[in-house]
Structures are given as C-alpha cells and as structure tokens.
Design a protein around this ligand. Sequence first.
Ligand SMILES: N[C@@H](CCC(=O)N[C@@H](CS)C(=O)NCC(=O)O)C(=O)O
Length: 231
Amino acid sequence: MPIKLYNFAFGPYPQRLNIYLAEKTPANVEFIIFDEPDKQGGVPPAAVKELTPTGSLPILEDDDGTVIGQSLAILEYLEDKASGPDMLGATPTTRARIRQFVHMLDETLTFFGLWARHGSCLGHGIVRTSQDVAEICAARYFEQLRLIERMIGEEEFIANDCVTIADCVAMATLQYASDFYDVPIPRDCPKLTRWYAGFAKRPSAASPRYPEAKRAKALGLMAQTRVSVTI
Ligand SMILES: N[C@@H](CCC(=O)N[C@@H](CS)C(=O)NCC(=O)O)C(=O)O
C-alpha cells in the first residue's frame, strides 16, 4: 500500500509538498489533491481533516496507520521513507545546514502569514486585524529575507549543490508572496533573487492555480499596508 498524502493544490504550506513531490517523484506515494478550499467539491472530507488535531493540510497517512500533520514533519518523514533522490543531505553537517534554512524559512512564512492576515483586505471583517501587527510583521518578513541572503553560499541551490527540501520551502514561500500578494524580494537580496529566478524555471515550481477573485484582492497587500520595497 502506498503512503497517502492529502494536500491542497494551492497555499504556501501545501505547495512545499507539491514542489517536493514533483522533484522527488517517489514511486510509493499516492497524492490526493483537493482543489482550493473555496471551490465546490474541493473541500477535504471530515474523515481527512479529523486525522489530525489541526485538520490543516498537508496530512500524510501511511499504511501502518501512521498519521503525520505539519508540512516540515511530512517532508522529513518522506525523506526517511519515500523512494527518489536524497533531498535532505548526505552528512550531518549538510543536513544541519539545510535544516537551518528550513527553520529560518518557516519563521519567515509565519511573519508573512501574519502580515497578510492583518494587512490584507481579504481578512477584513472575517478575522480581527491590526494595522500595527501588519506593519511589524512586514518589516520582520523583509528582515528575515535579508538574513537568509547572508546565509546563502556559493552552492547552485539555496543550501546545497543539489535540490533539497530547503529549495522547496523557499520556493513555496517566495512564490506565494510574489504571485498571490505581489510582494517582491527586496533589491538588496541579489543571491536570493538569482536563486528564485533560476528555480522558478523548473517544472516543479510551476505556479499553482490561484482562486482569481481572492488573488485580485490579495495583490494590493503592499499598498494596503503602506509598505514599499525600495529598501
Ligand atoms: N503549520 C502547518 C500549516 C498548514 C496550513 O495552515 N494549511 C492550510 C492551507 S495553506 C490549511 O489547511 N488551511 C485550512 C484549514 O486549516 O482547515 C504546516 O506546516 O503544515
């Protein structure tokens, strides 16, 4: 029995796995992809959401009954169990370097998510929002990107000479910021910009299909929070 992966076609956390699986092409994983949550028929059934306490996707279910939530835990589990190229690094030193990027990127997405939740008109009237939180998190998001810029070395990919889970997490984050919210990488991050432009050409990094009505509103995030990225 294959490992089952329940996922959405779109979203910064789901997209980490979508990119990863397109790079890894494991033989022993079955993808069950739901469409955007706002489309009819695209909502995961209760039986899937109830597999974990949060019910958020991605969720992995192995044939021995193992259930894993949280995209980063799933990426590491698949590295242990799925067929395909090594994407976590062959030595403790390489793995630690890759994990440093992954954790920095995960923090980065948290700041971006808070910025978007509090600053975007998508959230207005639905969740409690604070312009101050939006501005503080926007500043922290760009600060994180500058720290990541300083971590990038001479390797071809973000953390290594071959594609790793760090590339998948970085691409999913920056692609979501750029394609859905029109938030660019700051100009003073040339290595990150170069890496992004190169990785974006890979078939694994093809843009997901976004819900266009939401995207049309989301694209105004920079203006809605009076943030500029000349910096
Ligand atoms: N920290 C979680 C976040 C997952 C998450 O927030 N997933 C969103 C899609 S981007 C989701 O499933 N939202 C719908 C829900 O929570 O019911 C992870 O890394 O997997």
